[in-house]
Design a protein around this ligand. Structure first.
Ligand code: KMH
Ligand code: ZN
Length: 278
């Protein structure tokens, strides 16, 4: 895998864990998601990882809301639109499979179960395989989310037994720093990258909470791409909350540019990931 000249910056603006009541600046409505998407694209993002909320700002996998969000973000930006199939730890597996019906460009696909704080983020092997097969049938490009070294091994098993994903590219996101997953350290990122199967064509990394900046630096130094956003980190600097996702994207773009790997365009991101023009 060659080190990319440009950096794919993914923004994960919302997630499923943070309550709007606690963090009012978290984008949860369609209007807020569109406003966030537009500003983050201008700041250097080329991919958006979306979780949807209901009218009470609670996580939902409602088909109509998913479709509305995909259409609205697509209508207002050229971002690659990725829907979370992870949802929240409370979402049933069957319902998580239905996310693909909203026809996103990309979907997250976590390659195994992980402890997730006090909860369990469930991804049994048969579910992983079924989601993978359905992503191919729907012509949606999966992003393989790896929370642990065991997930790297499962990705290898998946690619060896099921073949390449739709689009022929294999993009991985290392999610580090989740309590229960691999730590957000240079050593953990290096170990995961060294184990990646040969079919992998690109990788990014994110660090949850206080591991956000160290992992950003390690990913850039290691030739990887970046994921930032309020799903992963609510603190911009010590004692200073994130006011808008755009700030996290802008800072990532600035560091990447300083390191001579400026943000990638949305058309280069489509090429990198192998997503279909819809
Ligand atoms: N909310 C987590 C339980 C994904 O988007 O696919 C799962 C998650 C991963 O955020
Ligand atoms: Zn997510």
């Amino acid at each position: 895998m060659r080190s990319a000249a440009h950096t794919l910056i993914t923004v994960a603006p919302t997630g499923a864990e943070v309550a709007k009541a606690d963090v009012p600046q978290l984008p949860t409505t369609t209007e807020e998601l569109v406003e966030t998407a537009v500003r983050c694209e201008a700041a250097g993002a080329s991919l958006i990882h979306l979780h949807i909320r209901d009218a009470e700002h609670r996580p939902t996998l409602d088909a109509g809301r998913l479709r509305e969000a995909v259409d609205a973000v697509r209508g207002a930006t050229d971002l690659v639109v990725q829907l979370s199939t992870g949802g929240s730890v409370h979402d049933p597996l069957e319902q998580r499979l239905t996310v693909l019906d909203a026809e996103p460009d990309s979907c997250s696909l976590t390659c195994g179960t992980t402890n997730f704080g006090d909860d369990v983020f469930l991804n049994p092997w048969p579910f992983v395989v079924e989601l993978y097969r359905q992503s191919i049938a729907h012509e949606v490009v999966p992003e393989f989310e790896l929370f642990d070294l065991g997930h790297v091994a499962s990705l290898r098993r998946l690619l060896d037994t099921e073949g390449l994903p739709y689009g022929g590219k294999v993009h991985v996101d290392l999610v580090t720093g989740v309590p229960g997953g691999m730590p957000g350290t240079a050593q953990a990122v290096a170990a995961a990258v060294s184990m990646l199967p040969e079919q992998v064509t690109s990788w990014s990394a994110t660090g949850i909470g206080r591991t956000h900046l160290p992992v950003l630096a390690v990913a850039l130094a290691g030739g990887g791409h970046l994921r930032v956003g309020m799903e992963d980190n609510l603190v911009f600097a010590k004692g200073r909350p994130v006011r808008h996702n755009e700030e996290l994207v802008a800072r990532a773009a600035e560091v990447a540019t300083t390191l001579q790997r400026p943000p990638m365009s949305t058309s280069d991101a489509r090429e990198l990931l192998g997503v279909k023009r819809r």
